[in-house]
Design a protein around this ligand. Structure first.
Ligand code: SF4
Ligand code: SF4
Length: 165
């Protein structure tokens, strides 16, 4: 028994002078891996326009049915996005989301991106719905130029498809 006690104390002494492996969260936060998938952000282009063109491909790709997109037509005099449409409503239910990143992969304009923020907590179910206002980055946080095809789509909308019966 005395031997075991000495062995235990030996271990205590050995670790007493080492750097602790624990961090004092939330004052200290460990950086996450580059490919970590956290809270979503809706991005903008460098000119401040929203990247989202309201196509709903992210919602279609989502295996948890967590995304709601309600598109609206852009006003040609004051467009919100460079396409024909923009997302008038964009919501993600964070209680449903499994952070798989399929929405990010499906997005043709790199509008929806899972970033490194992981502090997601809420006190009621209603607060788990992240709205467009919460997801959209500020006006001056845009990057990347608008692809010419998107600008063209804004100016020359395709005629509606005709189906001959
Ligand atoms: S990360 Fe996955 S589960 Fe979450 S909203 Fe995107 S597609 Fe849906
Ligand atoms: S985030 Fe991307 S995929 Fe989803 S509606 Fe907007 S443009 Fe389409």
């Amino acid at each position: 028994m005395f031997g075991s006690l000495l062995k235990g104390l030996q271990t205590t002494w050995r670790y007493m002078f080492r750097q602790p492996v624990t961090v004092q969260y939330p004052d200290v936060k460990r950086p996450v891996r580059e490919r970590f998938k956290g809270r979503h952000e809706l991005k903008r282009f460098a000119n401040g326009m929203e990247r989202c063109i309201g196509c709903s491909l992210c919602a279609a790709a989502c295996p948890a049915d967590a995304i709601l997109v309600v598109p609206a037509a852009n006003d040609p005099q004051d467009p919100v996005s460079p396409g024909e449409r923009y997302a008038a409503t964009y919501e993600i239910n964070m209680l449903r989301c499994i952070f798989c990143g399929y929405c990010e992969d499906a997005c043709p304009t790199n509008a929806i991106v899972l970033e490194h923020q992981y502090e997601l907590s809420f006190y009621d179910r209603r607060s788990s719905i992240y709205t467009k206002d919460m997801l959209l980055v500020p006006q001056d946080k845009g990057h990347g130029e608008v692809p010419p095809i998107l600008e063209q789509l804004g100016r020359q909308p395709s005629p509606p498809a005709r189906i001959d019966l």
